[in-house]
Design a protein around this ligand. Structure first.
Ligand code: HEC
Ligand code: HEC
Length: 330
């Protein structure tokens, strides 16, 4: 009996040791990303202007990295929290595998990050401290920006007003807390700057930069995009009162998507969305409200909105998928 006990406890110790070795090996192997590079970024007026346009109107940085007014139309950004992070992307709201707080991206947090560290976090999702970000932070999209656009973003966020605030830590559930570490890669060479004369490439570039895909593509129970449903809508937001908001189908399907929309109507829809958002109209919990970034995209140029329209119309497969945008609580 004593011998049996000894064997069992020896075996258990071995198992624990193997688990520990596995854990250490895993943490030494991932993330598989090179150290940050040494990068000079000049703050030219052109760069700052381009960066402002991208950060405020295209890549959605400030909408996610600020706190939002909960009871006004389009959840406007609280001006005094611009860039300080702390917005909660929760399991309850979006079915995420944990609770994520956006981080402070004002110089209060980023001042002692090098340009190389900023470029690495934006393109590969690994921060200064080596922590891997959950890909809700759209680093996989940002990796497809050209060098000039990425540098412009870095230059511009360095000019945000510093706000002293430390958001609560992000908490991811097991096993996702391990899986996220296996995702980052070195982003590799930058793609060429988008050529506005090459409409096909330019429209794909702009659509990627805005990350429409991430909200307008439904995900399965593991958070993976459902195959064959690109841009077909159905991602769900659950409000605390039990009402639900779903993203609509923006594929060119004529009946259930935006196949019947003209380019002119599409662009005007963004302008009206912005006008509505600017009113900051009070909205009670349980009434229709939306996370569609109208207030940000609404200031994109006609050319860029037109390019996104072209992409959705000409390069996205029409999918028949009817979505009810809003369901009030019973
Ligand atoms: C869809 C929302 C969203 C958008 C859009 C977004 N972020 Fe983030 N970002 C997050 C979240 C959430 C985190 C934290 C993720 C985590 O904790 O795993 C984060 C983390 C970061 C970090 C890491 C900071 C730290 O201290 O570790 C930086 C820097 C950052 N984002 C910058 C940006 C910039 C610049 C843009 C625009 C180009 C941007 N983000 C766009 C949601 C977003
Ligand atoms: C943060 C998530 C999010 C992102 C990112 C997003 N959308 Fe939306 N979108 C929504 C939601 C939610 C709705 C439904 C509520 C509404 O109409 O405002 C919506 C509605 C729409 C509508 C329908 C408007 C109507 O009149 O029925 C269009 C068109 C649209 N989005 C296009 C886009 C495009 C193009 C992009 C990228 C440039 C984009 N969306 C990015 C969440 C998002």
């Amino acid at each position: 009996m004593k011998i049996l006990l000894k064997i069992i406890s020896g075996f258990t110790a071995l198992l624990l040791l193997a688990a520990l070795a596995g854990f250490l090996y895993f943490n030494l192997t991932f993330p598989k990303v090179s150290p940050a590079e040494n990068i000079q970024i000049e703050f030219t007026p052109e760069r700052l202007a381009r960066g402002k346009y991208l950060v405020e109107n295209v890549t959605g940085c400030l909408g996610c990295h600020s706190d939002r007014v909960p009871d006004q139309f389009n959840f406007p950004v609280k001006e005094e929290t611009l860039g300080r992070g702390g917005f909660l992307f929760s399991k309850k709201l979006m079915g995420l595998p944990g609770d994520l707080y956006s981080r402070n991206i004002t110089p209060y947090n980023l001042n002692d990050w090098t340009n190389g560290e900023l470029v690495r976090v934006l393109r590969s999702g690994v921060n200064k401290q080596g922590k891997v970000l959950f890909p809700l932070m759209p680093y996989q999209h940002l990796a497809k920006l050209c060098q000039e656009d990425l540098y412009s973003i870095v230059a511009y966020i360095r000019t945000l007003k510093p706000i002293a605030y430390d958001p609560p830590p992000t908490h991811l559930e097991f096993p996702v807390n391990f899986i996220v570490k296996t995702i980052p890669r070195d982003a590799g060479p930058y793609p060429p700057a988008p050529d506005k004369k090459n409409l096909l490439a330019y429209s794909a570039y702009m659509t990627n930069a805005t990350a429409c895909y991430d909200c307008h593509t439904p995900v399965d129970e593991h958070g993976q995009p459902v195959p064959g449903m690109d841009f077909a809508g159905g991602m769900v937001f659950h409000f605390p009162d039990g009402s639900t908001l779903r993203t609509p189908n923006i594929t060119p399907d004529k009946n259930t998507g935006i196949g019947e929309w003209t380019k002119d109507f599409f662009i005007k829809r963004f302008r009206t969305g912005k006008k509505m958002a600017d009113l900051h109209a009070p909205v009670n919990l349980g009434e229709f409200n939306t996370f569609m970034p109208w207030m940000e995209y609404g200031n994109m140029t006609d050319e860029d909105l037109g390019a996104i329209y072209d992409y959705l119309h000409d390069q996205v497969k029409p999918v028949k998928h009817k979505v009810e945008k809003f369901t009030a609580a019973k």
